[in-house]
Each structure stands twice: as C-alpha cells, then as structure tokens.
Design a protein around this ligand. Structure first.
Ligand SMILES: Cc1cc2nc3c(=O)[nH]c(=O)nc-3n(C[C@H](O)[C@H](O)[C@H](O)COP(=O)(O)OP(=O)(O)OC[C@H]3O[C@@H](n4cnc5c(N)ncnc54)[C@H](O)[C@@H]3O)c2cc1C
Length: 468
C-alpha cells in the first residue's frame, strides 16, 4: 500500500508522473559526486502548476523534496539524503524564447544550457555562462549552483546573467523576482538570493536571462611549460598585461596524458603544465593581443606556443579540454572533484600547496581548471571501497580547503557546497555567517522540506567521503 502522500500525488498528477518502484527510483539516487541515496518517489514535473501541486502535498505531509535537473552536480546537491521526493525537471519540455530587441531570453528550467547557447547564436547573441557540462546540464541546475565555466574569466558566472525568475516556494506558492530590465532595484534582490541557493529555498520554474552581442572573432592559443609554477606565473602576468582573455584554462601533465590515452587529441604529454587561452573581440585587437600573450608566455619559459589557424583546429583543442573530466575518471573508480578557488595572484602558491598535499598523503591528485579566474579543479582519483585510502583522501581534501581559505580564497568557485563541503562552511564564513544563512532558510522553508541535508552540516557530520 502506497503512503497517503504518494496516493494523493498520483491522484492529482497521474500515474505516469509519479514513480515509486525500486527499479524506477534507483537511477535518481546518484549525481556526479559519489553519494548514493534512494528516494521514496520520483515525480516528473512539466509545468509550474505541477510543481505547485507537489510542494503543497509535500508541505502538508512534511515530506522532503529534492529538485533535480540532469544530476551532473559534483557536490551532492540533487541527492535525496532524507528520502522523500525527487522532483525531476529533466522531462519538462525545453523552451527558449529569444527577445532580440531586449537582448534577453526566457527559458524553462529543464532546458540544457547548450540549447540556450545555440538559440542565442541564431540571433548573433551569446549567453556567456558555459559550464563544461553545458551539453548535459540544465539551466535550473546552473541557476541553483550559480555555475561558471571557462568564460567566467571575462564574462562572469550564471548570477551575472539572471534578470528575473519564477520560483515556487516550499509552501507551493508562485513568486516572481526581478523582471526583464537590466536595472532593477525594487526591494531586496530575491533573484540574487535564489541563484546559488542549491535548491534549498524553492524550485526555479522559469528564468529571464541577459544576453550579450556575440564577439566578432576568437583566437585560441595553447602554451606548454616545464613547471607548474611558470605556468601559474604566466597566468598572473597575462592578467596584469592590460589583456583580458575570455578563457584561460589549465591542464597538468597527468590530465593531458589521461586525455591522450582516452582519445588522442594532440595535447603535448611531456609538459608539466598546459595553458589553453581564448581571446575574443575585434579581429585587429585580438591579433595584437595574441602577439602580446605569446610574448608573455615565451618570457616565462613556455617551451611552445601554438596558435591554431582555423576554427576547426581551435575546436579540436577545446574538445581536448572537455575530455579531461571523462578521461581522468578512467584512471581509478572514484573521482573526488574539488573547485577550491583563490585570488589570481595566489595561483602559483596554490599549485605548490597542491603538489605538497599530493606528496604528503601519497594520493593521485591531478589538477586542471579555469585557472584564469583562480578556479582550480584538484581531482583526487581513488577507490571508495578502500577505506584506508579514503581516509587519506579525506584529510587531503580538508587540507585543500584550508589552503584555499588561507590564501584568501573560497571552498567552492562553482560546484556548490551540497553535502560534500558542508562540514567546512563555517571555516570560510564563520559562525555568524552560517547562523544568518540558517535564519534565511528557516524563514523561507519553515517545515524544512526543501532539499534538506544540503549546505549546512548535519549533527555530527564530518566524514563526507567514507560513507557506504
Ligand atoms: C563533466 C562535468 C563537467 C562540469 N563542468 C562544470 C563547469 O565547468 N562549471 C560548473 O559550474 N559546473 C560544472 N559541472 C557541475 C554541474 O554540471 C553543474 O553544477 C550543473 O549546473 C548542474 O546541473 P544539473 O542540471 O545536472 O543539476 P543537478 O545536478 O540535477 O542539480 C544541481 C543542484 O540544483 C538543484 N536544482 C536543479 N534544478 C533546480 C530547479 N529547477 N530549482 C531549484 N533547484 C534546482 C538541485 O537540487 C541541486 O542542488 C560539471 C559536471 C560534470 C559532470
């Protein structure tokens, strides 16, 4: 016999939208991190009205609700850690309406980010946020995590392109924030509060996004270095050379080798560090800038600088960059992916600290990431079945966080806190900061049903990696 709330939801939404069998709900127990929690029900929503109904029933029965897009989160955000309902938006029909005269797009929550990129491009426009997962993640997930990507260096992250939202509150009411205008200072900025709130305050059901004119020309460059420190210094030096590249990505030797083993892509495998840079703007300006960047790279000891001569050649290099994540995942069964971020002048120091952590804990730690904005991705390849190894990994992760904080950085540049980093939140923002966030959560969600177990550490929670 199904629980009363399941019966009620089935009656309202129909059997096809409410699944409870073990076989059906199992695939909603994972995300891109490695926790596993099975929900009691998965509800596939395809309209704001559906979401309101789910939230009203869940709130009445005090059942946890975990919103979910495509489940690519790397911090445990869409995992139903307290059971209850996974509210799946992935079957919500994609919708992107472009308003070229206002340079805005109105989108539905389950739309893939790459679909928005393609729709904007048809009007000569660009939606800048470009998480490497753009082809497999939803705008709802991007908004909830405030996702970034390579272009964050020049253009900023998701929050910088959100003008307005439609949100369903934990009590099932529809709320609109912001609007269609570039300027809007009416009252407290609830749009900014929702973006990056990791699904703990409400369900995003529509977003109005800001677009910009697409840059007329692009130039990609790839430089290889014999030392991490030199690559770090080349990043810092470029950024103070009156040039702002649109992308400045970093790949270490282990990542380059993993890509070449996985799918040969022409990355140099004998260099300690590779930088992949993109300049965008007027063709004459970027040519001058490319020459300047090349000089900086050579002055800092680059062993080679490649400038692809066609869009197809450039696309090959960026494809290789995108392959890093799947390629390193093949090295060992478990991948612990971090996104500690430091002020840009501290990149070389952070690189050195990561090397020391790798050495001290005897772990397989590889590094790649959006280095131009200080957002490194130290990834630890390990095996979650090996308890002894995972204990070393856990200590290493804590030290990575501490290193970033000590250098004036942050626990998370883009992946969010979720379950994976919640025990460390207080280390960065202090007790008063955590308390204020909890008070906001309590005011929005008095019954605590909206994505519980995320952002704030639960009683006694410390070990985040060694649960079964
Ligand atoms: C290979 C790979 C590369 C990646 N590259 C990047 C990168 O470059 N930059 C980056 O920032 N991230 C990156 N990520 C992480 C991930 O893709 C992003 O966090 C993405 O935004 C998650 O989208 P999703 O649709 O998969 O959301 P999910 O993983 O399903 O959910 C993420 C969070 O959003 C909440 N949520 C989802 N939809 C809604 C909604 N409609 N309303 C309210 N809350 C909601 C969930 O509860 C959860 O807390 C990468 C992940 C992978 C696997």
């Amino acid at each position: 016999m199904e629980k009363d709330w399941v019966q009620e939801l089935t009656m309202i939404l129909g059997e096809a939208k409410v699944q409870t069998s073990v076989a059906d709900v199992h695939s909603y127990s994972f995300d891109g991190s490695f926790g596993e929690y099975v929900p009691e029900a998965v509800v596939h929503v395809s309209s704001t009205e559906d979401v309101c109904q789910v939230m009203k029933v869940a709130n009445a029965y005090k059942v946890p609700v975990t919103p979910r897009g495509q489940g690519t989160c790397l911090s445990g955000g869409p995992l139903p850690v307290h059971g209850g309902i996974v509210l799946d938006t992935s079957q919500w029909p994609s919708s992107v309406e472009i308003f070229p005269d206002d340079l805005i797009a109105r989108v539905s929550p389950g739309t893939l980010t790459s679909t928005i990129h393609e729709a904007a491009a048809q009007h000569g426009l660009m939606y800048p946020p470009d998480p490497s997962s753009a082809h497999v993640s939803t705008i709802g997930g991007n908004l909830a995590e405030n996702s970034g990507g390579p272009r964050g260096l020049k253009y900023g992250v998701t929050k910088d392109y959100v003008l307005g939202l439609e949100v369903v509150t934990p009590e099932g009411e529809v709320m609109r924030t912001g609007g269609k205008t570039i300027k809007n200072v009416t009252g407290i900025d609830l749009t900014k509060l929702i973006v990056g709130s990791e699904g703990i305050l409400g369900v995003i059901t529509e977003a109005t996004l800001k677009l910009v004119p697409a840059p007329p020309a692009l130039q990609t460059m790839m430089a290889a270095f014999d030392s991490m420190r030199a690559a770090g210094e080349a990043i810092s030096k470029t950024l103070v050379s009156e040039i702002l590249p649109s992308k400045m990505e970093f790949i270490d030797k282990a990542c380059a080798r993993a890509v070449e083993n996985y799918q040969p892509s022409g990355l140099p495998i004998d260099a300690e560090a590779i930088l992949i840079i993109e300049l965008d703007g007027h063709p004459a300006a970027i040519q001058e800038e490319a020459e300047k960047v090349e000089r900086v790279m050579m002055e800092l000891g680059a062993k080679m600088v490649i400038m692809p001569q066609s869009a197809a050649e450039a696309a090959e290099i960026w494809k290789a960059r995108k392959l890093v994540s799947p390629a390193i995942a093949k090295i060992k069964p478990t991948k612990v992916s971090e996104d500690a971020t430091v002020p840009r002048s501290k990149i070389p120091e952070m690189m050195e600290k990561l090397a020391a952590i790798r050495e001290n804990y005897g772990i397989e730690l590889v590094v790649f990431g959006h280095a131009g904005d200080g957002n490194l991705h130290p990834n630890i390849l390990c095996d979650k079945r090996d308890k002894e190894e995972m204990q070393r990994v856990e200590l290493a992760v804590a030290e990575i966080f501490q290193a970033a904080i000590d250098l004036g950085g942050t626990l998370s540049g883009e992946h969010g806190i979720g379950t994976m980093k919640s025990p460390f939140l207080e280390d960065e923002i202090g007790l008063t900061g955590v308390d204020m966030m909890k008070r906001i959560k309590q005011a929005w969600d008095p019954n605590g049903i909206m994505n519980p177990g995320k952002v704030f550490a639960e009683e006694g929670q410390r070990l985040v990696l060694t649960h079964d």
